[in-house]
Design a protein around this ligand. Structure first.
Ligand code: DAK
Length: 260
């Protein structure tokens, strides 16, 4: 498979893990449109690579991402921003089928926080700062912040974070249920890889359908969601991985999942 080279991100593969690192160091990884297009291309490349089972998205020690690129946005008008429809690119991030673990160190602000929340699991370093400071520059979150943050941590905490613009620390984020775990900065990527390797051992078909069913929660009623989950559950009984997984359990041996 051809590996693309990018200007604003770096990618690498480690066994079954695809790693994307945001890399615009001079502007704290501000998410320009070009960066977002590259990110989407890299995610799609890993999504289409059968050898990759889990994706890790990370930044630098100082910043996961300090938001969308304010310089790029400052002169937009309602009409120009609507016609460019930049959200189409952002929407593609959430269409990624494989699980994405965000490994967040430093600033995850505005679009950076929204990007982390679009991922499926968030591991934070002790230095991470999550926030939606858009209110400080006269706007509101536009890439899902009002919806995802509220669903993740509830109305009252989301109101405080979005209306004051004050970022929260990693430990506050953990207590609020925004992140899965907090680890020392130097262990961040290793911890993300441990979690990724654990997921990579499972049946990729089951992982894919489980992710799909969990995400369904956000746009459906409980009864429709249960129906959706059930169909995915039924579907897994036509996979070789289901036969292998259950047989391996009964034979008291580790399962060898092939993704078929
Ligand atoms: N955009 C552009 N440049 C940024 C930036 C950003 N979001 N954040 C930082 N930088 C640049 C700074 O301008 C500075 O550049 P130079 O002056 O050196 O040229 C460099 O990065 C280093 O930043 P600082 O000097 O400010 O560093 P400090 O350590 O003093 O402060 C900080 C770090 C993170 C507290 C501060 O940089 C800061 O407050 N940054 C802005 C944070 C922010 O307001 N973020 C929310 C942005 S609004 C959309 C999708 C998404 C969104 C909107 C639309 N569509 C698809 C249409 C999302 C919107 C947002 O995220």
């Amino acid at each position: 498979m051809m590996t693309m080279t990018y200007k604003n991100i770096q990618t690498e593969k480690e066994e079954q893990i695809g790693i994307v690192r945001l890399h615009r160091p001079t502007v704290l990884n501000a998410l320009s449109h070009e960066l977002m297009e590259e990110l989407v291309a890299a995610l799609q490349e890993f999504d289409n690579d059968d050898k990759i089972r889990v994706i890790i998205l990370t930044g630098s020690d100082k910043a996961f991402a300090a938001g969308a690129d304010i310089k790029e946005m400052s002169d937009e008008t309602t009409v120009s921003i609507m016609l460019k429809d930049r959200f189409a690119t952002w929407d593609k991030v959430r269409k990624t089928k494989k699980p994405i673990i965000a490994a967040v160190s430093g600033y995850a602000l505005g679009g950076g926080c929204e990007l982390a929340m679009t991922c499926d699991i968030i591991i934070a370093s002790e230095t991470a700062k999550f926030g939606q400071p858009e209110i400080n520059i006269g706007v509101i979150p536009g890439a899902g912040g009002t919806q995802r943050l509220t669903r993740a941590i509830g109305k009252y905490k989301a109101m405080e974070i979005i209306l004051t613009g004050r970022p929260i620390t990693a430990s506050e984020a953990l207590a609020a249920g925004l992140v899965n775990k907090v680890v020392p900065a130097e262990l961040l990527l290793d911890e993300a890889k441990v979690m990724a390797k654990e997921i990579a051992k499972k049946s990729p078909v089951a992982v894919k359908l489980a992710k799909e069913a969990i995400l369904k929660v956000f746009d459906t009623s409980i009864s429709e969601g249960l129906e959706f989950e059930r169909k995915n559950f039924y579907m897994l009984f036509s996979s070789e991985d289901q036969k292998e997984g259950m047989r391996a359990f009964l034979e008291k041996r580790p399962a060898n999942f092939t993704g078929k």
